[in-house]
Design a protein around this ligand. Structure first.
Ligand code: DGJ
Length: 734
């Protein structure tokens, strides 16, 4: 029989005709987790194991899911656990487990059996399925959660682990999610990087055995590798074709995702907090909740998957995802540490002159005993530096008000300089090995956020700033160091809790900040994009993708980020990086949340004019970029032209960005680029905007084209060496 739950449909098929959540379950209960297009189908086996019997496009008739296993004639599964929904270690298992524990008596075995399940409607289109599993020998249980966002085809999965044994149980491994997928082949797209080289994609065919994506860096965890990935089924998916799964962990610390092509040729994906150096002592009757792993799946290529994910992020994940954002002028690259009140007064005037909303004061404004005049000193001493700012931040904010601009400030609250008063006063708040030499990343150390006193201190930095300066309008939260010599004086003998408790401590601080300051925009920065993930974006309105703002590099980087995060979260600043003219730099930065970090007073009159006009243009269509659907039209990795467009929900107003990404002789847009996402029946006009002062366009903005034409034939933006960046405004003609 079948129950329909509004929005997300969860059908429960039960041989005995018994409903979900009830107890008297007989063999072969089937529990499909369905969204508008897809299904992940769980089945309770006769022996009460909970298995995954299907992952893919959903069937019209949910009754038919139970027939799927019989169709497969693969090799023997000697364990009965290869397709476990949460593979327990130490009993019959022979493959990578999702959970592995040591019980109070030293025994390492676990065998989890289905007990019950339940479905709750969370809101329209969002439901939560929970399934209780218990060990038959030990008083140990795991509840699996599947939160389904029906419309966006996104599912979040996590587990809650609990026991009632007579002492602590050690969690050796404690994954959030365990998927099992059947397909002919699996193609993994993963990302690697370093400072200024974030989000470099690599695609490869998965072979038998285990491929692990992980980090052990503690903070700035994504520096070498983020947790986000794609898996194409059968063959590599393209922008508009193919079956592709996207996944990522909502955790701003050490993660680990194992992708195991098992002996039956099926793919097992197990993702969660990295258990590296982290066997976790769990007390009786205490719940250990793992972070959520999200996934989405599309049979219509990477573009469709990313639009669903972007929409999900805006609607459910990112702080103020449907709200607005400020444009800004940042002073980092124009002054570095070298500024004072009069220099800043000039920059505040420039902010107004440029036409952006806010001035963002970066690193270097604080510390007195060890002034922050370089990156060697002062982190932790968050009082205004009296030499640079004798009248404090308050006077800068006043000055900003006089210039009719808002004021924001940079902080790096989790960090401490070895040369700081904070370090002198509280050496026990610093993460370091007591008996080993200190080792620095960017000449600094990390504070021990597992310690509640440190949490209070970090919260206090932000709270003090706002209490003293209630009109402070923006925070850039930086995090430049990774964790070396992981040791917490606070945790004493429980060092293996450290990596987990650090991140929990960070989230506690962010919770408190958001409870008191719910909407103030905060940028998540980590010496670039070393930290962005869907958990952190619940507290931050935007992130800094990379210190590398060379626009040519950014075209590639923003392209990759955009698969996972919507444009409204991508802080793109125009700087002096790269060799491109100001127009190119500004146009690229517009494909997200626009900002500047240049010396405005050094701009030529026409460059300044260009920027001012471009900002006005941006203000007129930024909603389309922030809230519209993004379509990737021409891949910079596949040709000499990159092209990306955004279109509003009504399909009446859009914007198309086009760039030359190859400066070899006579490279240009030779053929029209087909547009996407328009209404075939509507007519549109295409007009070039963001023209550099004095330049003309050959594009006739009065011509009308049908959506049908533009999507089948396309439009040539006429990109060439003399026009390396072309921005086109698309408007419906009524
Ligand atoms: C690293 C950030 O990515 C930069 O934008 C800047 O804020 C510096 N830190 C300041 O130290």
């Amino acid at each position: 029989m079948k129950i329909k739950i509004p929005g997300y449909k969860l059908a429960v098929l039960c041989a005995a005709g018994i409903l979900a959540g009830s107890v008297n379950l007989k063999a072969q209960t089937v529990i499909p987790v369905e969204t508008s297009n897809n299904a992940m189908v769980l089945q309770v086996a006769k022996n009460k194991d909970l298995n995954i019997i299907y992952f893919g496009k959903k069937l019209n008739n949910t009754q038919e899911y139970s027939q799927i296993p019989g169709i497969y004639k693969q090799s023997e599964d000697y364990t009965g656990l290869f397709n476990s929904a949460y593979t327990p270690a130490g009993s019959r298992n022979l493959v990578e487990p999702a959970i592995s524990v040591t019980h109070t008596d030293g025994n390492n075995s676990l065998d989890l059996k289905y007990v019950s399940h339940d479905v709750k409607k969370i809101s329209d289109g969002v439901s939560l399925l929970s399934i209780v599993l218990k060990d038959v020998v030990y008083n140990f249980e795991v509840t699996l959660y599947y939160k389904a966002y029906y419309k966006n085809d996104v599912v979040e999965q996590w587990s809650v682990i609990k026991h009632h044994e007579k002492g602590n149980v050690t969690l050796q491994k404690f994954a959030s999610a365990n998927l099992h997928i059947q397909a002919k082949d699996f193609w993994l797209t993963q990302y690697h990087g370093d400072w200024a080289k974030e989000m470099q994609p690599e695609e490869s065919k998965l072979t038998h055995g285990i491929k692990t994506l992980d980090t052990k860096l503690g903070t700035r965890a994504n520096l070498f590798q983020p947790s986000v990935f794609m898996i194409s089924l059968n063959k590599p998916a393209t922008e508009d074709e193919g079956s592709v799964l996207y996944g990522g962990l909502e955790w701003s610390g050490n993660f680990r995702t194992d992708m195991e092509l098992d002996p039956q040729d099926n793919l097992r994906i197990i993702s969660g907090i990295n258990n590296y150096a982290s066997p976790y002592e769990l007390k009786p009757n205490v719940e250990f909740a793992t972070p959520a792993f999200w996934y989405t799946f599309s049979t219509h290529g990477k573009g469709d998957a990313s639009r669903k994910l972007q929409s999900w992020a805006r609607n459910y994940k990112i702080l103020d995802g449907k709200g607005s954002r400020v444009t800004l002028l940042n002073n980092w690259e124009s002054t570095y540490f070298d500024f004072n009140e009069s220099k800043l007064a000039e920059l505040l005037k420039d902010t107004k002159k440029l036409g952006v909303d806010l001035f963002l004061l970066d690193d270097g404004w604080f510390a007195n005993k060890y002034p922050r005049n370089s990156d060697h000193t002062g982190l932790g001493d968050w009082e205004e530096n009296k030499q640079k700012l004798p009248n404090g931040i308050a006077s800068l904010i006043k000055e900003a008000q006089q210039n009719e601009v808002k004021f924001g400030i940079w902080v790096e609250p989790e960090m401490v300089s070895p040369k700081s008063e904070l370090y002198e006063k509280h050496p026990d708040w610093v993460i370091k090995q007591p008996k080993r030499e200190e080792y620095y990343f960017r000449n600094q150390l990390v504070l021990d956020l597992s310690n509640p006193k440190v949490q209070d201190f970090v919260y206090g930095i932000i709270d003090n700033l706002f209490t003293k300066n209630p009109t402070l309008a923006y925070i850039k939260w930086d995090c430049n160091a990774v964790i070396y010599n992981a040791y917490s004086a606070h945790l004493g003998k429980n060092q293996s809790q450290f990596y987990v408790e650090y991140v929990r401590g960070l989230y506690k601080v962010l919770e408190r900040i958001r409870a008191k300051y719910p909407t103030v925009p905060m940028m998540l920065c980590s010496g670039g994009g070393g930290r962005v993930d869907s958990a952190a974006l619940q507290y931050f309105t935007e992130f800094w993708p990379s210190d590398n703002t060379d626009p040519l590099e950014r075209i590639f980087m923003q392209w990759e980020y955009s698969y996972f995060y919507p444009a409204i979260t991508s802080s793109n600043h125009v700087t002096d990086w790269g060799k491109q003219p100001i127009k190119y730099r500004t146009d690229v930065a517009m494909m997200g949340k626009l900002g500047f970090d240049i010396v405005v007073s050094k701009l030529s009159a026409t460059d300044l004019q260009y920027c001012q006009d471009a900002i006005k243009n941006y203000n007129s269509f930024k909603q389309v970029i922030w809230q519209g659907d993004q379509y990737r039209l021409a891949n910079p990795r596949e040709g000499s032209v990159a092209s990306v467009m955004y279109i509003d929900e009504a399909k009446s107003s859009g914007i198309m960005f086009n760039y030359l990404v190859n400066n070899r002789y006579d490279e240009k847009s030779r053929v029209p680029i087909p547009l996407k996402g328009l209404d075939a029946a509507k007519n549109y006009r295409i007009r070039e905007i963001n023209l550099y002062p004095g330049s003309k366009t050959n594009i006739d903005g009065n011509k009308t084209y049908s959506g049908d034409f533009l999507m089948k034939i396309g439009f040539n933006p006429q990109v060439h060496a003399g026009r390396t960046s072309v921005v086109l405004k698309i408007d419906e003609v009524r």
